[in-house]
Design a binder for this molecule. Sequence first.
Ligand code: NOJ
Length: 533
Amino acid sequence: MTENWYQNAIFYELYVRAFRDSNGDGKGDLPGVIEKLDYLKDLGVDCIWLLPIYPSPLKDDGYDIADFMHIHPDFGTVEDFKRLMNEAHKRGMYVIADLVLNHCSDQHYWFQSALKDPMSKYKDYFVWSKTGKEYADTRVIFLDTEPSNWTYSPEVGEFYWHRFYASQPDLNYRNPALQEEMINIMRYWASLGLDGFRADAVPYLFEREGTNCENLPETHDFLKKIRAILDKEYPGRILLAEANQWPNDVREYFGDGDEFTMAFHFPLMPRIYMSMKKGDPAPIRWALENTPAIPDGCQWCTFLRNHDELTLEMVTEEERQWMWQQYAPDPKMKLNLGIRRRFAPLMDNDIQKMKQANAILFSLPGTPIIYYGDEIGMGDNIDLFDRNGVRTPMQWSAKAKNAGFSEGSTLYAPVIESPEYSPTRVNVEDQQKDPESMLNFMKHIVKLRKERPFLAGSRIQFIESTNAATLCVMREGNGRRMLAIHNLGESSAYVTLPERLNFKPQMELLTGTPVPADLKTYELAPHQSVWLE
Ligand code: NOJ
């Protein structure tokens, strides 16, 4: 392991069920991921994040775990998992996976035992109430499907607590035996070679009356405890926090460098979409100017999309309404407090905008994550339930059966069929051959980025521009200076740089063209970005 490798790296979020089916049962699997490792390596991916692969009734796509210590038979075996670790490591890639601490499936034997036997020690692995009235200040997250965080169990005659679906009972972290179980689960997967964990839903581990049951000090104490164990027993492994919270609350998850190694930057993500639609750099600037400093050795994870709805939790009510108006014109596109669409449709399938969004993300501090399929601009299917529309089979080829995802006849979900996004129009094979494709752009920008570690660092300077629709950021380090100019507007922009910058770029990196020595004013097409070095 290279020390702090995750600070200048490219992550790839991989939904195993959708990626590649190796045995023709219509469901992606771990051997399928192994088949495609060279593709990921070629894209420049350093770390793969595997979505949940554990036995599960899959009511929340595997985030409802029925057995923490095995692999779901659809996805393969523990042997396949070990082989994947080896094959990824051989190629110099890291692998992390979800660690779902907050809850399990109602099918887990802990919950089943609690239902069957009120004297079972497992009853106290969960959070119960006789009235279902406690913790009334806690918001409901799955607003569209769950009326309450309490559900009555007729077997027990009491209510149990759940922050997500009722089929996902929350675990009781006030019980030391439960804590120990969860720690052992983490140990087990680390012992099989996993390089770290994306820890799901971490703000919600503990509950306390009179609070909103999020970000409690006792939650942080437990998270510090697991970090200390990981550091001692499996040094170098990383912990990535999923804490969909405001910057100052997320900051707490880094502790003094003794809690999480990384955390997703939720407030930045929607503001990239906002800035691009408004033609105004202010939202992005706001997000970055309100990003607190983090301890050495920590890093933000930045992203444009993921497997969930595009969450609008970290914007104001007014901004949320505006985002829905702009990006979810069809009410079917809304889900909970978000938008259940993929990246390419959100960008109107306009390759110029798709490239720009990535040019913005990659020019800012943090470690970027690419959501599978977005590197080729895959579409979505809003007719599918919940978030399934952004989790359809990966489109490898126009010619092969089922887009090259599977040789099977019944798939876990249909391949995208809409004319604009069908595999005939959007697939890896064709894009590999086309120098102007999204895929080749992504490969290029990944490479540029990794050659310039200072881009991942926290140092950033906003440069006032002569054009109000442009975002200009100066990044520097390793004896280099790079100025990214993003024209967020719908018309051409002319940008003259302040003399005092004394900046005489030689190359425009995105196109690889030299910059004329006497050039004073840059002309940018609508939604064009340049990286001047
Ligand atoms: C966050 C995950 O990203 C989401 O997919 C899941 O439904 C919830 N946590 C519950 O585990």
